[in-house]
Design a protein around this ligand. Sequence first.
Ligand code: FPP
Length: 254
Amino acid sequence: MIERLKKWVLAKPQRGNLSLQPDAMPRHVAIIMDGNGRWAKSRGLPRIAGHHSGMKAVKRITMAADRLGIKYLTLYAFSTENWKRPKEEVDFLMRLPQEFLAIELEDLIRNNVQVRMMGDREELPDFTLDAVEEAIVRTSSNTGLVLNFALNYGGRKELMDAVRKLGTDIQAGRIDADGIEERHLERYLLTGGMPDPDLLIRTSGELRISNFMLWQLAYSELWFTDVYWPEFQDEHFCEAIREYQRRARRYGGL
Ligand code: FPP
């Protein structure tokens, strides 16, 4: 792993020298990929051109995460609030997973990447869900990077659904209300089995969480950049990880 990482870093000087510590990589990185629209506007292009360019950044950063030895990469691709956007833009965003996977699935398989999805499946169009489900099935036995798409995902909705299920368990006498523990709620979250993100990255200068992984981000390190998502390069990613490695995580202790 370390040799592969060294080769990858040295292949492009902007990725920095070898100041990244291979044994202190974040296990799980979550990204709010923001700024596609503004990137497009700054170039006189329609917003959807920004999303299309954002799709290329998804591939770039997926491969970087793989080379860096990160185990889980969660990408906020569509929120439960994004349905409020104009129909043309929503339609385009719903086509992107299909287009991305048509181009990239074979390469993801070659690289041992496992695709997952978290979010409400019911409201997704068939063509979106079919493409994602196919990728999930075809990569399910892969053991490398887990690429987790948050698609039609909302943190409050996730928590409300989990609370409802917990309520059913209590009513049915499976759990005693006084004995509820974090793990009882966690087993109903959509990240089931994944560790919480160590690092959250948000691009485009916005300093918000925007209903993303509200439970799981409790102790994550947050890193923000003004760079728009379509322009987010390997070197920005390495910079975020370098900063993460400089921070001392205390989890509320001293
Ligand atoms: C936020 O930028 C971005 C989104 C709502 C969509 C993110 C989607 C992608 C990056 C492509 C996903 C690709 C795959 C393969 C699923 P914005 O539109 O809010 O930008 P703005 O704030 O500048 O308007």
